[in-house]
Design a protein around this ligand. Structure first.
Ligand SMILES: *Cc1c(COP(=O)(O)O)cnc(C)c1O
Length: 445
């Protein structure tokens, strides 16, 4: 496992994060356990903010909270001066109850319900990222009912799609998100939005993908967005104040991944924005970006206890841990790769190659393949790195497995930020209708 942030192997050969021995964390909080390196989260936030400050542009760095949305994380985002993206009433509620400044909240999503829009209007959030024509009209009408004017960005599909090292330019993008640029929907949307009196159009939004390792896709998006901005100014007399270029900055999960520094992504975007707009005689707009994965991904480590193991001679060796697809669905969902070590025997040489399976009733419940580690015994601790993004956020109660606790570690201190679910939590929303309750009682008697 690649040691980064505050992770290190201590004198006892144990993995230590944020000055906390993971063996002690397991003892105190139990496993599975999500451990978040608070200093590393703050470092990532500062890298983005400082790179933008250095660029001289006006900017907002909005943390895409969907990657890991809990109240303590909203507090850190606020303290670090980030803005916050939410995509549901649940994320919005989390931000509001954490006291996140509402003017820095941006609401995304391709199907915001009237109830969600109402909640966001009540909270007077900073900006709605409008996704489609239905929402455009609904938002205008709902803002009109309370005689308020709301800030909007229109999400456009720029016809650039980026995945890791490749990016493709597509004529017409088949996407559930946004107004298509190529087929003219984006222009029509701007025209309609301009005529709607309760919307204050700040500009446009574009998000080209996730886990991107190159700057070319972002540069191409800047080009397309700038072309659109110029077109809209010339034909509609509307000048954008804000260009939001989305998230998608890649992180290192395994040695195969080769991300750039945050400052390289930001530098390339800033240069490209300045050049493109200045050369068109267009006032350089404010730039917003929305990193999710790269803000929290590599700060997370999941700690498991090894339970059973088995060998199928000549075929495979399995070790099973006390979590799995319920706390990390990404390997099963996308074939995502991770690195791991035995946290309590971190200096020992690898002697075998194993598949790490979870405990759910699915053959596909695996979180690592071909992992080289020392021979694991029942009770050993397995630490899987880079699980900070889209792990807790996507956790489920499949098999009625309880979701793990999350702790923040820093300077030798560990604080629970999400409690482990209890058995009671598992049934808390269950209701037994009266006619069935009788049978329960009869069965008990
Ligand atoms: C998911 C998403 C992000 C964050 O993406 P990451 O790859 O986690 O950085 C940002 N903006 C939008 C609109 C998204 O859908």
């Amino acid at each position: 496992m690649y040691l980064h942030g505050t992770s290190k192997i201590n004198g006892q050969g144990h993995l230590e994060i944020g000055g906390c021995d993971t063996s002690k964390l397991a003892e105190t909080f139990g496993t599975p356990l999500y451990i978040m390196d608070e200093a590393l989260i703050r470092q990532r936030a500062r890298e983005y903010m400082e790179a933008f400050r250095a660029s001289g542009l006006t900017f907002q760095v909005a943390y895409a909270s969907k990657a890991f949305c809990v109240q303590a994380m909203c507090r850190i985002a606020d303290e670090e001066g980030l803005s916050l993206d939410v995509v549901s009433d649940g994320e919005l509620h989390t931000a509001l109850t954490a006291g996140f400044p509402t003017e820095r909240i941006h609401f995304h999503g391709n199907n915001k319900t009237p109830e969600e829009i109402e909640m966001a209007l009540d909270a007077q959030i900073g900006c709605f990222v409008v996704d489609n024509f239905v929402e455009l009209k609904l938002l205008n009408a709902m803002a009109g009912e309370r005689s308020s004017k709301v800030n909007v960005l229109l999400r456009i599909t720029p016809g650039v799609e980026a995945h890791t090292h490749e990016f493709i330019s597509t004529g017409q993008t088949d996407s559930k998100f946004g107004f298509d640029l190529g087929n003219g929907a984006a222009y029509t949307a701007m025209e309609e939005a301009k005529a709607l009196e309760n919307l204050n159009i700040l500009g446009v939004h574009s998000h080209i993908g996730s886990q991107i390792f190159e700057v070319d896709g972002f540069k191409m998006a800047v080009d397309k967005v700038a072309g659109f901005a110029i077109d809209v100014r010339d034909r509609l007399g509307l000048t954008f104040e804000v260009i939001n270029l989305g998230g998608g900055f890649g992180i290192r999960y395994t040695a195969e991944d080769t991300p750039l520094q945050m400052s390289q992504y930001v530098g390339a975007i800033a240069d490209s924005v300045k050049q493109t707009f200045e050369s068109a005689g267009y006032p350089v707009p404010e730039i917003w970006i929305e990193p999710g994965r790269s803000m929290v991904g590599d700060a997370g480590t999941t700690l498991y206890t090894v339970g059973t193991y088995k060998e199928i001679p000549g075929v495979n060796k399995y070790i099973a841990v006390d979590g799995g697809m319920t706390d990390n669905i990404r390997p099963a969902l996308y074939g995502s790769k991770y690195e791991a070590i035995l946290a309590n025997r971190a200096n020992e040489a690898a002697t075998e190659k194993v598949t790490v399976a979870g405990k759910a009733c699915e053959s596909g419940d695996k979180i690592l393949w071909d992992l080289e580690i020392p021979k694991a015994e029942t009770g050993d601790l397995l630490a899987v790195s880079c699980t900070g993004a889209y792990n807790y956020a996507m956790a489920s109660n499949y098999n009625r497995i309880r979701r793990p606790a999350v702790v923040f570690v820093a300077d030798g201190q560990a604080d629970v930020v999400v409690k482990r679910e209890s058995h009671q939590d598992i049934v808390v929303n269950d209701v037994i209708p009266a006619r069935l309750a009788k049978k329960v009682e009869a069965a008990k008697a």
